[in-house]
Design a protein around this ligand. Structure first.
Ligand code: ADP
Ligand code: MG
Length: 238
């Protein structure tokens, strides 16, 4: 029932327009990647969906409901950030359970959800560790765990792998895809890395300077790029 819709979305910072009329439809359970060069507006679009940025024009819907002015906590989404933003003074278990505690979830339910997420992510044995005692990949998993425990309608990822080394990045792509196959949660994922987009997405949205150049499956973009920009971007090395 997630079904995320951007309809003629616009955003300006002061007099400077950075999103110039974007339309995207995302079906329930789809893994959609927003890709494009640095500064094209990917994070801004994701932050508007998350409710972290005001919308200058147009409508965003989640599950058929217009969410333009809803606060983030009422949108049934969970976001995984680039720099993980883990709480250094909390254990893995506390990091994962914190948002549930804030929302006053019953303790037994919170523990159950944290255990479930830890199991999926292979963190069972690390629940008492602190972030500084974890590897980069493990921290990444904790950040995902914090999103999973909330059982949201939509996962949002903003360049979650860009701080990892190349080898780990490739491994984590596969992990995130497996997670999606398992949970089937609608996902909107931002990256500037076209290889990541081509290997992970059900559907790719190619952005350039505040507009959408093309939307399609990886195969469609590869076979029939709509224009020179898409062809050049998809065809360029990582
Ligand atoms: P991307 O994530 O694709 O790299 P962003 O969405 O971060 O791009 O940024 C799009 C444009 O909006 C850039 O030109 C950026 O400088 C500008 N921008 C982003 N956030 C702000 C802000 N808070 N104030 C002013 N300009 C911003
Ligand atoms: Mg960004």
């Amino acid at each position: 029932m997630a079904n995320v819709q951007f309809a003629n979305i616009r955003k300006s910072f002061g007099a400077h327009p950075v999103i110039k009329g974007v339309d995207i439809d995302i079906a329930d359970g789809e893994f959609v990647i927003l890709v494009g060069p640095s500064g094209c507006g990917k994070s801004t679009l994701l932050r508007m969906l998350a409710g972290l940025e005001n919308i200058s024009g147009g409508e965003i819907k989640i599950g058929g409901r217009i969410v333009n002015t809803l606060p983030p906590k009422d949108r049934d989404i969970a976001m995984v950030f680039q720099n993980y933003a883990l709480y250094p003074h909390m254990t893995v278990e506390q990091n994962m359970g914190f948002s549930l505690m804030l929302n006053k979830a019953p303790k037994a339910e919170a523990e159950k959800r944290v255990k479930y997420a830890a199991g999926i992510l292979g963190l069972d044995k690390l629940l008492d560790r602190y972030p500084r005692q974890l590897s980069g990949g493990q921290r990444q998993r904790v950040a995902m765990g914090r999103a999973i425990v909330r059982d949201p309608e939509v996962f949002l990822f903003d360049e979650p792998l860009s701080n990892l080394d190349a080898k780990l990045r490739v491994a984590m792509r596969a992990e995130i895809k497996e997670l999606h196959l398992r949970l089937k949660t609608t996902t909107v994922y931002v990256t500037h890395d076209q290889i990541e987009a081509m290997t992970m997405a059900d559907k790719i949205v190619v952005m350039h300077d505040g507009i959408v150049e093309q939307i399609g499956t990886p195969l469609e973009l590869y076979d029939r790029p709509a224009n020179l920009f898409v062809g050049g971007f998809i065809g360029s090395p990582a």
